[in-house]
Design a binder for this molecule. Structure first.
Ligand code: TYM
Length: 329
């Protein structure tokens, strides 16, 4: 079986981007592959040093994984900090990671802009820790959204450097979406992507109530409609169609496509339809997650079982790593 690994940071409420970029594929992969899915609590410390809300967020992310269809008996579902071998591999990989390269990573530059008073070394070496998460299980496939593409490239670089300097231990991990382009779920305001922390009114969260979902969708950026037959769609209108393609039926989408091309489209109607389809999609996940989230005893069992599986896989890798690095005396 091929090995699959991925993770989500517990820094806030999960949203539609997390679902379509990651969670949906976790569920689709769990039957066929050996899967390791984790809550990246250590990564969250690079941006959220205050841990008051961390436990609640960890529980939420676990619950939303399970509510999306992930079966903890099939995939290992665990918490990053419960697998201490991660820190050891992170240390070794740091010696293969160059400061100049890390400083050029776009996500690092973004973070420096967002938190100029806390440019900590963990932020700089964020991609090293992520590479450690993946390489620790010698994973070949990593289901992620488009925004993680560069991090995967960095992980491949470290895998290759290690293999060259010492000996072949790691496969080259690939970002995975069943042969399709990686997903980027756009935000509703026509600017950028949905995200856990930025522009919350333009992001649909898996925990949003039906009314909140309808209101956010109705406020999505649009205009008064096309004036020329078969014209090119502006980006923000493309986005609405893209969101519709995720949750609405084919016939509905074809109807609005035709209306667009004929210049008879009414965005109010389209958004109303999209709002209802979003509610139908999100409500069952929200309700399921809500009941799982508060069952701490169950979540603890899940986490412990997952960590045990993950540690077993991690230990097997680390024995090889230490041996090939020449650290066995
Ligand atoms: P994070 O927590 O930001 O996001 C979790 C997953 O959701 C995807 N995603 C999106 N996909 C499509 N459209 C969007 N708008 C969107 N927003 C988020 C992300 O691509 C990701 O798959 N560094 C990672 C966490 C991590 C990890 C790992 C991932 C830590 N170690 C090892 C894979 C393997 C992160 O911050 O994801």
């Amino acid at each position: 079986k091929q090995i699959v690994m991925s993770g989500i940071r517990p820094t806030g409420f999960l949203h539609l981007g997390n679902y379509f970029g990651a969670l949906r594929n976790y569920v689709r992969m769990q039957d066929e592959y050996e899967c390791y899915f984790m809550v990246a609590d250590l990564h969250s410390l690079t941006t959220h040093p205050d841990t008051k809300e961390l436990k609640g967020h960890v529980h939420r992310v676990l619950a939303e994984n399970i509510a999306s269809g992930l079966d903890p008996d099939k995939a290992a579902l665990f918490c990053q900090s419960h697998v201490r071998e991660t820190s050891e591999l992170y240390l070794y990989l740091n010696m293969l990671a160059y400061k100049g390269e890390l400083e050029k990573t776009p996500t690092f530059k973004d973070k420096v802009r967002l938190q100029p008073d806390n440019v900590n070394a963990g932020l700089l070496t964020y991609p090293v820790l992520m590479a450690a998460d993946i390489l620790l299980h010698r994973a070949a496939l990593v289901p992620v959204g488009k925004d993680q593409e560069q991090h995967l490239e960095i992980a491949r670089t470290y895998a290759n450097r290690f293999n060259h300097r010492y000996s072949d231990v790691f496969p080259e991990p690939q970002a995975f979406n069943f042969g399709q382009a990686l997903v980027k779920v756009p935000s509703l305001d026509g600017e950028g992507k949905m995200s856990k922390s930025e522009n919350q009114n333009a992001t649909l969260y898996l925990a949003d109530s039906d009314d909140v979902i309808r209101k956010k969708v109705m406020k999505a950026k649009s205009d008064s409609g096309p004036t020329e037959l078969n014209s090119k769609k502006p980006d923000y209108i493309e986005n609405i169609f893209l969101l519709m393609s995720l949750v609405s039926g084919k016939d509905v989408i074809e109807k609005f496509e035709a209306d667009y091309n004929n210049c008879t489209i009414r965005y109010g109607d389209m958004k109303k339809q999209l709002g209802e389809d979003m509610v139908k999609f999100i409500a069952p996940i929200r309700e399921k997650a809500e009941s799982i989230r508060t069952d701490e005893k169950y979540l603890k069992e899940v986490m412990e079982k997952g960590a045990e599986k993950a540690r077993k896989s991690a230990n097997a890798t680390m024995e090889q790593v230490r041996e090939h690095m020449g650290l066995v005396y």
